[in-house]
Design a binder for this molecule. Structure first.
Ligand SMILES: Nc1nc2c(c(=O)[nH]1)N[C@H]1C(S)=C(S)[C@@H](COP(=O)(O)OP(=O)(O)OC[C@H]3O[C@@H](n4cnc5c(=O)[nH]c(N)nc54)[C@H](O)[C@@H]3O)O[C@H]1N2
Ligand SMILES: Nc1nc2c(c(=O)[nH]1)N[C@H]1C(S)=C(S)[C@@H](COP(=O)(O)OP(=O)(O)OC[C@H]3O[C@@H](n4cnc5c(=O)[nH]c(N)nc54)[C@H](O)[C@@H]3O)O[C@H]1N2
Ligand code: SF4
Ligand SMILES: [Mo]
Length: 763
């Protein structure tokens, strides 16, 4: 036992909010997180945590943590190999794939999860070394449609100001469980208890958030498009559009107005199953509100009409002027834009013209540089000459988390080379040729770029709590070694930078800038060069924070006003240095951007900073709604939402379900009336079938559900390798049931919340 009663600063890594934490460590070998509480000094979370944070030691000390590089044998079993061998074999094999088929045959998946984005920057350097251009990650199965729409309408990301709004609108989003903004439960309670503030929820389920709502639009699953269009119809037909605001800040309303004027509101209300009067009350509440903040999430994005609905919901708040004001939707200032970071190369040049790049086999649209997750198997399981031959997966578990686990497994096995970098022996690792053990997020310096709130943006660089687990390495070290093994970087490249460092960081900066201008290696391997030089001068365990130095400089140069208001103004080179120092010395995180509401308008990238209201390809889809909802599926009469966020889910970061000793882990929620019709009891096991597979599930009768709608949690049914070597599976892996062909026509996002399903009693 080596207990450390000092409170150390870190953050929770179980969702994108990354609440600041104070923890104590101790237990066996001093390697456990023994006490956890919210950090009052964290500028965004301010002491807030939810119950999930108490589980972090299960992540840190999972029995299936990897302690050595693993190589797959011909019989499918794995052998531990030394790091030197792993690095040289992997470097050599990627080089040979590149030589034979070109860098375009290498697919990169992942980069980071809910708590770790630093490793992704180092992986990028390696990917440039192998000529990679095609990539994908979890954003391309949820947010790409939204990003595309945002680009067409605003040219900037937006985030609600829920803390100050009069009206909060959530569409297919259950922030009580899933968060999505800081201190969600506190803010939801505040809105609920204030008679002047209103909560509107569009969800077929009476979720924890819906149960608090003033207006719950309990639509039939998958009918958001009719619901949103009906609201738009009411706004336009009843003169509820904020005409002056629209005239001042937007363009092309005249091109879409007539189409919404003609919407048959009562018919659309009937299609989505909501009383017309309720829709009218909601429309007038929105039109009268002083400010409204809106958030869409997976109930909308992983559903029929995904990209269309991202557009329609924006039209609702833009026609009513809820943008660029306190309490409304605004444009935050990212430290590093995740959309930008994912981008890779989006367009290429043909005869001097920019051409949109598409995926090589399925010809799918590439958005923010990502191919849709759902096309990955068809890009591999084919004899097409341009198919992917190799894949690098970092901090992602696509076999478990992407549609159709069966096909993902087959796709991984069909590759000539697959390498997984992870902390644990995941479902994806079990299909890979090589598995490389990363140090955990509490064993290295880490950070995320999810800092997308408004008006203040917070960045926290988390300092390590533990030494790396024996046998593991931080990503920065792994990729530096791979690049060095390929002979692309070495002492000769590091020497001039190290020499400059002896004269201080400004001299280093000058030398680095010179390198950037003159030496292509600096552009290609920026992160690794920083890591091997500047990194070595940082405090112990902080070496991989080197890349943050470059980002600090880029950030202040690109965002002078927001940075200056946060205290990082003046001559940009000095401001960048000050920001980097402040980041290193603010273990609870710091405010790097202070935004003004008016900045939201300058952020609009279209002509005269006017928001574009017309997306013709989506207005065509609006016209198609006229023909009504597709008929119910007779063979699969239930609509399964595969992947609900609950108190006991956190994607697959915590693999050990052992903390959940009893209770309804992994159960399928169904309505009371469906249970009666099936004559099944609460807790009974039923057979759940979809067109892809059949699995046995425990049923939980729940008043949250409407008849015909059933719901399974996400991230469960993991194959956890227990300490005694046996495999334990609890709950159901949802993507054994899903089908990768069921996806959005434009962005390719999956329809996981709308899976036709059947339920049968076992006896
Ligand atoms: N506890 C917990 N929190 C998490 C995570 C976690 O695993 N566990 N994961 C994080 C991640 S990666 C993400 S992306 C977010 C996701 O966060 P959310 O999107 O909020 O989570 P979900 O529960 O998947 O879906 C939200 C709601 O969509 C509803 N829904 C289903 N069908 C429809 C429909 O047809 N229309 C509408 N309007 N709604 C529908 C569901 O009933 C559900 O209440 O959560 C994050 N937070
Ligand atoms: N059917 C269905 N499927 C879904 C969803 C759904 O609602 N329904 N939700 C989807 C959504 S929104 C998301 S975001 C995805 C999430 O699914 P994934 O993107 O696969 O993300 P995670 O489950 O968070 O897995 C992250 C991986 O990173 C590893 N890891 C943790 N720390 C580190 C580290 O420091 N370094 C490295 N290298 N690895 C580390 C973990 O062990 C884990 O294997 O799931 C998606 N899948
Ligand atoms: S899971 Fe809970 S404690 Fe952890 S970051 Fe998200 S909201 Fe905060
Ligand atoms: Mo997600």
């Amino acid at each position: 036992m080596s207990d450390n009663s000092e409170w150390q600063k870190t953050a929770c890594i179980l969702c994108s909010i990354n609440c600041g934490l104070e923890v104590q460590t101790g237990g066996d070998g001093g390697r456990h997180i023994t006490k956890i509480r919210g950090d009052d000094a964290h500028p965004a979370s301010r002491g807030y945590v939810c119950e999930k944070s108490q589980r972090l030691d299960r992540y840190q000390n999972g029995a299936d943590r990897l302690t050595s590089p693993m190589r797959r044998r011909a019989d499918g079993s794995y052998e531990a190999i030394a790091w030197d061998i792993a690095i040289s074999e992997i470097a050599q094999k990627f080089q040979s794939i590149k030589a034979r088929y070109g860098g375009d045959s290498i697919l990169y998946y992942g980069g980071g999860g809910q708590g770790n984005h630093l490793g992704g920057g180092y992986a990028n350097d390696f990917l440039k070394a192998v000529g990679n251009r095609y990539r994908s990650n979890a954003l391309a199965q949820e947010k790409t449609g939204e990003f595309w729409v945002q680009g067409k309408m605003l040219g900037t990301g937006v985030h609600g100001d829920f803390e100050h709004c009069d009206v909060a609108l959530f569409i297919g989003k259950n922030p009580w469980q899933s968060h999505g903004f800081s201190r969600a439960r506190v803010i939801l309670r505040e809105i609920e208890s204030d008679p002047n503030r209103k909560l509107i929820v569009i969800d077929p389920r009476r979720s924890e958030t819906a149960a608090k709502a003033d207006y719950h639009l309990m639509i039939k699953p998958g009918t958001d498009a009719w619901c949103l269009t009906a609201i738009l119809g009411i706004l336009v037909q009843e003169g509820l559009v904020a005409a002056d605001w629209v005239a001042r800040h937007t363009q092309r309303f005249d091109e879409i107005e007539a189409q919404f004027k003609a919407i048959p509101v009562s018919r659309y209300a009937a299609i989505c199953g909501v009383e017309e009067a309720l829709l009218r009350s909601v429309a007038s509440c929105i039109a009268q509100a002083k400010s409204m903040s809106v958030m869409e999430d997976l109930g909308l994005q992983m559903n029929r009409h995904s990209t269309l609905n991202s557009y329609l919901q924006r039209l609702i708040w833009l026609l009513t002027g809820h943008y660029g004001r306190r309490g409304a939707n605004n444009a935050p200032t990212p430290f590093l834009s995740l959309a930008q970071a994912s981008r890779g190369e989006v367009t290429s040049r043909k005869a001097g013209k920019r051409v949109e790049r598409r995926s090589p086999v399925a010809n799918a649209k590439i958005i923010i540089g990502l191919i849709p997750c759902n096309v990955i198997p068809e890009e591999i399981l084919t004899d097409h000459p341009q198919r992917y031959r190799a894949m690098l997966v970092q901090s992602g578990n696509p076999v478990h988390s992407l549609a159709d686990s069966q096909r993902m497994r087959a796709a991984l096995r069909a590759l000539e080379l697959s390498v997984v970098v992870d902390v644990a022996m995941t479902e994806t690792a079990r299909e890979a040729d090589y598995v490389l053990p990363a140090s955990s997020q509490f064993e290295k310096v880490e950070a995320t770029f999810f800092n997308l709130e408004f008006p203040r943006n917070v960045f926290q660089l988390r300092q390590p709590l533990f030494e790396p687990l024996a046998g593991s390495l931080p990503e920065a070290e792994i990729y530096a070694r791979l690049i060095e093994a390929m002979g692309l970087l070495g002492e000769r490249d590091y020497r001039p930078l190290r020499r400059a460092l002896r004269f201080g960081r400004l001299a280093f900066a000058a030398r680095f800038l010179l390198g950037m201008a003159r030496n292509p290696k600096y552009q290609k391997f920026t992160s690794v060069l920083l890591y091997r030089t500047l990194g070595e001068t940082l405090p112990k365990g902080m070496q991989s924070a080197a890349a943050i130095w470059g980002l600090s400089h880029l950030y202040v140069r690109g965002n002078r006003k927001a940075a200056a208001r946060a205290g990082f103004g003046g001559f940009s080179l000095l401001a960048g240095e000050r920001l980097f120092d402040a980041i290193l010395n603010s273990p609870s995180g710091l405010v790097y951007a202070d935004n003004e509401y008016a900045d939201s308008f300058t952020a609009v990238s279209h002509s005269e900073h006017r928001i574009n209201l017309n997306i013709p390809e989506l207005m065509q889809e609006v016209a198609k709604l006229e023909s009504g909802a597709p008929a119910d599926d007779r063979d699969y009469p239930y609509v399964l939402s595969a992947g609900e966020r609950r108190s006991d889910t956190s994607n697959t970061a915590v693999r050990d379900a052992g903390w959940h000793k009893k209770g309804r882990f992994g159960s399928l929620r169904i309505s009371r009336s469906d249970a009666q019709a099936l004559r099944c009891e609460d807790g009974e096991t039923l057979r759940l079938s979809t067109r892809r597979a059949a699995l046995d599930v425990e049923v939980e009768i729940s008043d949250m559900m409407q008849p015909g709608h059933i719901s399974l949690p996400n991230g469960q049914g993991l194959d956890y390798l227990d300490a005694d070597g046996s495999t334990v599976r609890r709950g159901v892996p949802p993507n054994e049931l899903t089908d990768s062909s069921q996806r959005d026509f434009l962005a390719g996002t999956p329809w996981h919340k709308f899976v036709p399903a059947r339920l049968e009693r076992l006896h």
